[in-house]
Every structure is written in structure tokens, then in C-alpha cells.
Design a protein around this ligand. Structure first.
Ligand code: HEM
Length: 510
């Protein structure tokens, strides 16, 4: 058919004309976007070959770690470039890349996460203008630092312990004798986190706690690839996030109004923020931010540690001995059941006298801190990577996949296996590298602000659980598991296992 005939056919049918015009326009846009708008400077790390027009590299979303490793191994320097929608991203790897990533003051932390993690709900629209307003990052770190200080831990310890005991009693009283740790232990962590960073009204009320958790999970699930690449598109994920953020806003506003009307003064994080003059939207942003920073990692690891202990008689025996020894040092009644002896352990001992549980947590974090850490070049200049003339372009986002170090078989022997003995002085695998050989608690310019609290709650939950139960791991059919299942290393963050895991528990009386 001659070209003129084809043109004639198209122009004769309005539908066909519309279709062909749309395809032509889209193709033109894709060409301009790919070759002009998002063109990388020639000295940026090499662009990956699957950096498709418009959306960029799909592998970054679908199989993050496997994709990252393949692309890293194909690049001479180990660094490479790609796009996520309109965002240019440079991936760093290796010792030099890791050091630059974690130590450079030119790489902004919040600026990276704000766009590439894409979870924060926009609640400022509800602002009533009352109270003080200041820079978000500054505000967040200042409030969190105050709320996670020693005096707060000392004040809150009895409540953290009674919340934990209440949850352990509920597991003891459950007639099935089976518990899903990714549900029950995760919920303890959620409640303890709210105790430290939110209002008592939520921490004290199971219904409000449940509602808050649901809104948080809605916001967490909204970080889809589309919502990160095209945040202005009103996708279902973005709508859900907005809804959850709004509900949280009104829930807190209600609590604040009730407090004001009753002249009640509480001794909790919300009261502290109100006394500082914080606006409601700042309080919401703070609580959601603290939950993102703390809940997933702490909650998921608390559950995994128990699954790992259930399948490791050697480490369970060590942890039990540690709990017994520490409890007996402080117990006023050394003949009481172990779980009651723990009630007398002081804050200092909770923080310093559980090195075995600490090693168990450390290897769980190594396995569960998934995906990539995020940054953005905020210097306004190109940043040299230290490999010839290779640079991170101005404004580019920067990622580092934690698996690059945590799953490196040269450093961590048999890296996919949970094995706390790798941290014993004679092995010291996390000390093999001179720079940042373990990044599980953050390193360099952004060490974890919640580490002390996370370790404290981990020690409390693990010790009370071990003191209260004998337990074994089982799958959803009730079959005993001798080995904990493998984690999906391609996920973007710590997550609950796809196939639910359960602990069969038998209460201990001694
Ligand atoms: C097992 C539990 C936890 C783990 C494994 C963990 C891990 C980390 C890591 C790896 C970083 C650095 C991220 C990066 O460099 O991109 C970090 C930073 C941070 N963490 Fe944690 N974290 C935990 C619990 C918590 C808790 C409970 C809180 C607070 C409630 C918290 C608050 C923060 C904050 C605010 C930062 C950012 C620090 C900054 O801006 O410089 N974390 N954490």
C-alpha cells in the first residue's frame, strides 16, 4: 500500500487519526525527554542499558538488590546512573562509594528520602496557623533528640515494661498457644514507639492504637513506584496516603482540643510538643516521621530475632543464660519466676547487660536492612566520585544498596545465614573493613538517632519473651520449621514475610 493510501485511510477515520496522533506525540515526547531533558553529563557514571524512556530503570523497583548487583558488576567503577521518572539517580558502590555516600556533607539525607521514599503525607494544608513553624528536618531531629534522652527513658521505663508484660500476658492467655510475632511483637513495638513519640491517649486505647497503625500502614503502602516517579498524578496510592494523613491529622486535633478543653496536663511527647508551641500539622508530621524511622526496622527485627532464636538452640541457650544471669543480679526475690525477676532490672542494665541479644539483633539487622539508602547532591556542583573524572551531577539523587557491604561474602562469611557469632571478637567480621563495614545503625553523618531506644525495647521484649515461653517456629500449616526461611533480599525495606510465620509457645513457670 502506498504512503498516500495509508494517510488517506488514517484521515478518513477520526478514531484512527486520534490514535496515530497520540502515538506520534508520545514518541516525540519520549525522544525529547530521553535525549535532551534527562540527558546525563558525559562524566556521570555510565547509564544502565535498561534505562527506558519516561519511567527509567524498572529493575530498580522490581528486584532492587539483584538488579543493583548486576548493574554494579557491569560498570568499571562499580558506579552507574539511571532514572526513576524524571529523577536522575547515581548508584555508588564499593569502599570508596560507601565512604563518599555516608561521609559527604554535600549529600543531603532528608532531600534524598523525601523524593525517593515518597511516603510523607501532605498535612500542612490543614494548618490553622496557630503555634510556631520552622524547618522540618531541624524540627524533627530536635524533638526526637529531646524525647529519646536518658531522663525520658528513666521516666518511661516502668510503662514500657508494663506495656510489654500486658502483651506477653495476652499471648499466654491465647488458648491457641500460637502467635504470629510479626503481628504481636510488631504491635508491642508500635505501642512502645507511640509511648515515646506520641500521645498517651493513643498508647492507652487499643482502638485508637489500631486505627493509628492502620493509617500508618496505609501511608507506608503508598510508596509505590508510580507515586515516587509521578507524585503529582492522583494515583490510588497517593489518594490513600492523603486520606490516611488527613485522618491522623483530625485524630490528633481532636485529642489536642480535648486536652485544651479539660485543662488536662499530660507527661508525654504530645504535651512536650504542644508546650513548645508546635502546630498540629507539625505534630502529625513528627509522629509519622518517627514511626517511619523506628517502627518498621524495630518491629520487623523484634519478630525475626525470635524466629531465629526459635531455630538456633545454641543461641537460644546463650540468650536464656544471659537473661537469667542479669535478672538474678537485680531480683529482690531470686526465687520468683524469671519473668518477675526481670521487673527489678534497672535502666543501666537494660542498656548494657544484654550483649548476646545485641549480637542476635545485629545480624538480624544486617539481613533485614534492605534496599538502598538515599541522598541528593545539594551542593549545586558536580561531586567527584574519586574514579578518574567521574562525578555525581548537581541535584542528582544518590543511592547505596546496603547489600553491597552486608551481603559481601568476602566480609560476611555465608552472608545469607543468620549467625551472631560473626561478631565475636575472634571473627569480628563487621570490623574487617577500615571504613563502615557495618552500616546497620547508620554511619558517618547520619547515625541512627533512635538506636538507644531501639536496643532498649529490643532487650526488654526479647528478655520478657524468653523468660515467659519455650517456643518453636512453625509455618501456617502448623509444621515445625528447623530453619528460618530466607528473606526476600529484593524488597525495598524491612518487611513481614510473604508466608506467615508463627511461634508455638508453652508458658514457662520458672
Ligand atoms: C532496629 C531498629 C533500627 C534500625 C535498624 C535503624 C537503622 C537506621 C539507619 C541504617 C539509619 C541511617 C540511614 C541512612 O544513612 O540513610 C538510621 C537513621 C535514623 N534513625 Fe534509625 N533505626 C532503627 C530504629 C530507629 C528508631 C526506633 C528511631 C526513632 C524513633 C530511629 C530514628 C532514626 C532517625 C531520626 C535517623 C536519621 C538520622 C539523621 O537524620 O541523621 N531509628 N536508622
Amino acid at each position: 500500500m502506498a504512503l498516500l493510501d495509508v494517510l488517506g485511510l488514517i484521515t478518513a477515520s477520526p478514531t484512527l487519526l486520534l490514535l496515530v496522533s497520540s502515538i506520534t506525540l508520545f514518541t516525540a515526547y519520549a525522544v525529547v525527554h530521553t535525549f535532551f531533558i534527562r540527558r546525563l553529563p558525559s562524566n556521570a557514571p555510565p547509564e544502565v542499558r535498561d534505562n527506558v524512556p519516561i519511567s527509567g530503570a524498572i529493575g530498580f523497583w522490581t528486584e532492587r538488590w539483584s538488579w543493583f548487583r548486576r548493574r554494579r558488576d557491569q560498570s568499571k567503577t562499580g558506579n552507574f546512573s539511571f532514572h526513576a521518572g524524571p529523577n536522575t539517580i547515581v548508584a555508588l558502590s564499593g569502599d570508596k562509594g560507601r565512604q563518599l555516600f555516608f561521609d559527604s556533607k554535600d549529600l543531603g539525607f532528608a532531600e534524598g528520602y523525601a523524593v525517593l521514599f515518597g511516603q510523607a503525607p501532605k498535612v500542612k494544608a490543614h494548618d490553622d496557623g496557630e503555634g510556631k513553624d520552622d524547618d522540618l528536618n531541624n524540627h524533627f531531629s530536635r524533638r526526637l533528640t529531646y524525647l529519646l534522652k536518658n531522663e525520658q527513658f528513666r521516666k518511661k521505663l516502668p510503662t514500657l515494661i508494663s506495656d510489654t508484660q500486658e502483651a506477653i500476658d495476652a499471648i499466654r492467655d491465647d488458648p491457641t498457644g500460637v502467635t504470629n510475632p510479626f503481628d504481636t511483637l510488631y504491635r508491642i513495638v508500635f505501642r512502645l514507639t507511640i509511648r515515646m513519640v506520641g500521645p498517651d491517649e493513643i498508647a492507652d486505647d487499643p482502638k485508637l492504637l489500631e486505627e493509628t497503625l492502620q493509617y500508618f500502614e496505609m501511608i507506608d503502602n503508598s510508596a509505590t513506584a508510580t507515586s515516587v516517579m509521578f507524585p503529582k498524578l492522583p494515583s490510588p496510592a497517593v489518594l490513600k496516603r492523603t486520606y490516611a494523613g488527613t485522618r491522623l491529622y483530625f485524630m490528633l486535633e481532636n485529642i489536642i482540643k480535648k486536652r485544651a478543653a479539660s485543662d488536662e496536663k499530660h507527661d508525654d511527647a504530645l504535651q512536650y510538643m504542644l508546650d513548645q508551641g508546635d502546630r498540629t500539622y507539625k505534630v502529625v508530621e513528627f509522629i509519622v516521621g518517627a514511626l517511619f524511622a523506628g517502627l518498621l526496622n524495630s518491629g520487623i527485627n523484634a519478630a525475626w530475632v525470635m524466629c531465629y532464636l526459635a531455630t538456633s538452640p545454641e543461641w537460644l541457650a546463650k540468650a536464656q543464660a544471659e537473661v537469667r544471669n542479669t535478672a538474678s543480679k537485680y531480683a529482690r526475690d531470686p526465687t520468683a519466676p524469671l519473668r518477675y525477676q526481670l521487673d527489678d532490672v534497672p535502666l543501666e542494665a537494660w542498656e548494657a547487660e544484654f550483649p548476646v541479644i545485641d549480637m542476635c539483633l545485629r545480624d538480624s539487622i544486617r539481613l533485614n536492612l534492605l534496599g538502598t539508602a538515599m541522598r541528593r547532591n545539594i551542593s549545586g556542583k558536580a561531586i567527584p566520585t574519586g574514579n578518574g573524572n567521574e562525578v555525581i551531577p548537581p541535584d542528582a539523587f544518590v543511592t547505596y544498596a546496603t547489600g553491597d557491604i552486608h551481603l559481601d561474602p568476602e566480609i560476611y562469611i555465608d552472608p545469607h545465614k543468620w549467625d551472631p557469632s560473626r561478631y565475636l571478637p575472634e571473627r569480628g567480621e563487621d570490623k574487617k573493613k577500615s571504613v563502615h563495614g557495618f552500616v546497620g545503625w547508620g554511619v558517618g553523618r547520619h547515625p541512627c538517632l533512635g538506636m538507644r531506644f531501639a536496643k532498649l525495647e529490643q532487650n526488654i521484649i526479647t528478655a520478657y519473651f524468653i523468660a515467659s515461653f519455650d517456643f518453636q517456629l512453625q509455618d501456617k500449616h502448623g509444621s515445625k520449621l528447623a530453619v528460618a526461611p530466607q528473606i526476600d533480599f529484593n524488597r525495598h525495606s524491612a518487611h513481614k514475610p510473604k508466608d506467615s510465620l508463627f511461634l508455638k509457645v508453652a508458658p514457662r513457670e520458672k
